[in-house]
Design a binder for this molecule. Sequence first.
Ligand code: TPP
Ligand code: SF4
Ligand code: MG
Length: 283
Amino acid sequence: MNEITVTSADAFDIRDWLRLDLMPHFMCPGCGHGIALRALLWACHELGIKKDKLAIVSGIGCSGRTGAYIDANTFHTTHGRPLAFATGLKLARPDLTVIVISGDGDSLAIGGNHMIHACRRNLDMTLMLLNNEVYGMTGGQVSPTTSAERFTTTTPAGNVEPVFDACKLAEGAGATFAGREATLQTPALKDLLKAAISHKGFSVAEVISDCTEIFGRKNAMGNSAEMVLRQKHAMIPERSPDDRVPEPFKPNPFPTGVFVDQQRPEYGELYDQVRKRARERSK
Ligand SMILES: Cc1ncc(C[n+]2csc(CCOP(=O)(O)OP(=O)(O)O)c2C)c(N)n1
Ligand code: SF4
Ligand SMILES: [Mg+2]
């Protein structure tokens, strides 16, 4: 565990953490990314992280855009590259808590290479991966996490590609922490994020999020409340498809929880030893 164990006794007020001068925000009504943003800031609050010690690095996408509203040190970088920027930042400023906000397209498609190597290195930072199964910002193209048969602008007759399981990918690539929660359960999501941020080493917190306006509409998933309810059926697949959830397609099952939580040497500390050795040699 990191040193960040202080728990703030003050009540959480999201307005303390937002750049209110940037309101209104760009997000569509019911967008899951807004719920995830709240959970993240709630986690930072409960961990007692000071804003001047918090660095948020984000990529391009609706997911990445959420970082700009956080009243801390924020870096809105290029598509697929936030982990590369964050790696440099964390190595230069190990005293900062570095959190990367990235989408499924950003982290698993164009940035997939950076993600697997971040997992392999184990530098002490957190990736909050907002998985809404689609390229939301650019109009709804298929992504590596789009479920089978879903309609997107680039799969007008249904998607046939298999889905990437981000947590399994992270585990396979060597991440020392990987877990998943959905926006349906904000307190559980907040707790997952707290655990991920507190973990020493590279941590991946995947968030099942809803793109209500583009993905939901295209797949006739109902309004944002109906969409978020669908998550319940996917989290617990054996639950009978009872009541209010419209079922044009069965939700893709996704387990939630922490799947990997282990320790191995942290990259920043290893790199310090390399620096020391290099200095000794140059004497
Ligand atoms: C190098 C580069 N390629 C493509 C784009 C266009 N682009 C911007 S956001 C995006 C996809 C975003 O999808 P995702 O990461 O899932 O985020 P979401 O909007 O769904 O939250 C793409 C392809 C870009 N900005 N830069
Ligand atoms: S397009 Fe989708 S992901 Fe982007 S803000 Fe709207 S609902 Fe959210
Ligand atoms: Mg997306």
